[in-house]
Design a protein around this ligand. Structure first.
Ligand code: NAD
Length: 249
């Protein structure tokens, strides 16, 4: 059975790799984007198999999120998996940021990384139930556990996303819906490029005993597994994909 899969923020980076992983597994993918319609269309067209499509929404716009989730389910014919991947990583060092910038950054970060994912999940649930069950996978971050001194809203949003996923794992299990979370360390994407290409790049790579950061495909592999039926009893878990750069107990 080909699953219907919605991946948010899939026009590039980890989301694109996740879309590719599901398509390679034979699934049909709705490639979500905020504004990058052309790039999302190119991703959808490049995926193996047929029936892939694009949907558009600002994750901070609750009505747009509902429209995008419903459109994805309708055009895919079914929705079996939601991957909450879209996110922002905005710098706002506490000692040097103005109060106005601080507020704007917290608002955008929480609206996108946390409330956007919560709203997409809420809107996806009726479709997942109609499909007889399914999976939600959230893309969190190592920063939820290790702290993000220059991006505290980001760390807080991901810690909250972890807690949201655990609550939903319990709430949705009676409808045969699994909820899992992947917490990557630094990943080779546009989001991390300025850090990885900057003066701290080598130090960041040395945080892992492998001497490198993650590839997007390595994060996608964990997402794919969490969405599988074989992972059903792992519902509620958080998988670290950080190259042993941060070990939590
Ligand atoms: P990226 O910047 O390449 O991709 C993020 C995607 O989210 C983009 O497609 C962007 O358009 C989309 N997005 C952002 N704000 C949006 C909004 N308001 N509405 C709709 N879409 C929006 O970064 P990435 O590295 O691929 O990040 C994907 C996820 O992985 C994010 O949740 C990020 O926090 C997480 N993550 C990334 C890293 C890393 O080092 N790159 C590490 C840990 C976790």
């Amino acid at each position: 059975m080909r699953r219907g899969v919605l991946v948010t923020g899939a026009s590039r980076g980890i989301g694109r790799a996740v879309a590719e992983a599901f398509a390679e597994a034979g699934d049909r993918v709705a490639v979500h984007c905020k504004r990058s319609v052309r790039e999302a269309g190119e991703v959808a067209a490049s995926l193996p198999g047929d029936g892939h499509l694009t949907v558009r929404a600002d994750m901070a716009d609750a009505d747009a999120v509902r429209r995008a989730v419903d459109e994805a389910a309708e055009r895919l014919g079914r929705l079996d998996v939601l991957v909450n991947n879209a996110g922002v990583f905005l710098a706002h060092p506490p000692l040097t940021t103005s109060y106005e910038q601080w507020q704007a950054t917290w608002s955008e970060t929480l609206a996108t990384n946390l409330t956007g994912a919560a709203n997409a999940t809420f809107c996806a649930v009726p479709h997942l139930v109609a499909a007889g069950g399914g999976a939600v996978v959230n893309v969190s971050s190592r920063g939820a556990f290790r702290g993000e001194p220059d991006c505290p809203a980001y760390g807080a949003s991901k810690a909250a996303l972890n807690a949201f996923g655990q609550s939903m794992a319990v709430a949705l299990a009676p409808r045969n819906i699994r909820v899992g979370t992947v917490a990557p360390g630094f990943v080779e994407t546009d989001m991390a490029r300025s850090v990885l290409d900057g003066p701290d790049g080598d130090a960041v790579r040395r945080q892992s005993p492998f001497g490198r950061v993650a590839r997007a495909a390595e994060v996608a592999a964990a997402v794919l597994w969490l969405a599988s039926r074989e992972a059903a009893f792992a519902s509620g878990t958080i998988i670290d994909v950080n190259g042993a750069s941060y070990l939590r107990s």
